[in-house]
Write a protein that binds this ligand. Structure first.
Ligand code: SF4
Length: 219
């Protein structure tokens, strides 16, 4: 059990959130408005896959389910990288069980540019950290990443994909991620529930899906 991009971002917001995700996943209550936003994000991400024309998607599901088969995805990605496929979507990588699936990789003369798609009108620091985490995993898998872009949702619905170059900032998070990923890895495996007092982290930057559980505990 390693750390995924979502684990990392949630664990950095609150380690208890990460622990609950792993040990008490049934506590999660995703508000309908958030679920709607997640679904819209998935639709936008699906549309973005074709922004450079033809592409190969790495998603593989476990037979008879909609659960991604990450091992098969990693192997498929390796094959396409070796082959030099020009545009690879949902490219999957594992390093010491830590995992990411990059939205879009586009071949350059020296490696690949990486595009992280966000159904948002602007770029926020969370997005750059998110891209930085994926860069960290890919760099440790010896993939040469050139430029890093956050693809945001512009106002022209016929061509809504706006590219924001965040290369320096996202790559700049490498050491910060390395400083935290191993501790989060250990903490998520703790047998006993991690105790964290509710506070600002319960709603910032995102509302915690275990909010009810922690706040009920205090009543
Ligand atoms: S409600 Fe607050 S304290 Fe509880 S897991 Fe979520 S962020 Fe952490």
């Amino acid at each position: 059990m390693g750390i995924s991009k979502t684990d990392f971002m949630r664990g950095m917001q609150c380690v208890k959130m990460l622990w609950l995700d792993k040990h008490k996943p049934n506590l999660k209550v995703i508000p309908p408005v958030v679920q709607k936003r997640l679904d819209a994000g998935n639709d936008f991400g699906d549309r973005a896959m074709a922004m450079f024309g033809d592409y190969e998607e790495m998603t593989v599901y476990r037979p008879g389910t909609t659960i991604p088969d990450t091992k098969a995805m990693v192997e498929k990605t390796k094959e396409h990288l070796a082959f030099g496929t020009p545009v690879i979507c949902e490219a999957a990588f594992v390093n010491y069980n830590n995992y990411c699936a990059a939205d879009i990789l586009r071949k350059t003369e020296t490696g690949y540019d990486f595009y992280e798609v966000k159904n948002s009108p602007g770029v926020y620091d969370q997005f750059i950290k998110d891209a930085g985490f994926q860069y960290y995993i890919m760099a440790r898998c010896n993939v040469k990443i050139d430029r890093i872009y956050i693809v945001t949702h512009g106002t022209d619905e016929d061509n809504p994909f706006v590219l924001n170059d965040v290369t320096n900032d996202a790559k700049g998070y490498y050491n910060w991620i390395n400083d935290h990923i191993w501790a989060l890895n250990r903490m998520q495996k703790e047998r006993n529930e991690i105790n964290v007092e509710p506070g600002i982290q319960c709603t910032q930057p995102y509302e915690c899906w275990s909010y009810e559980y922690c706040h009920k505990e205090r009543e």
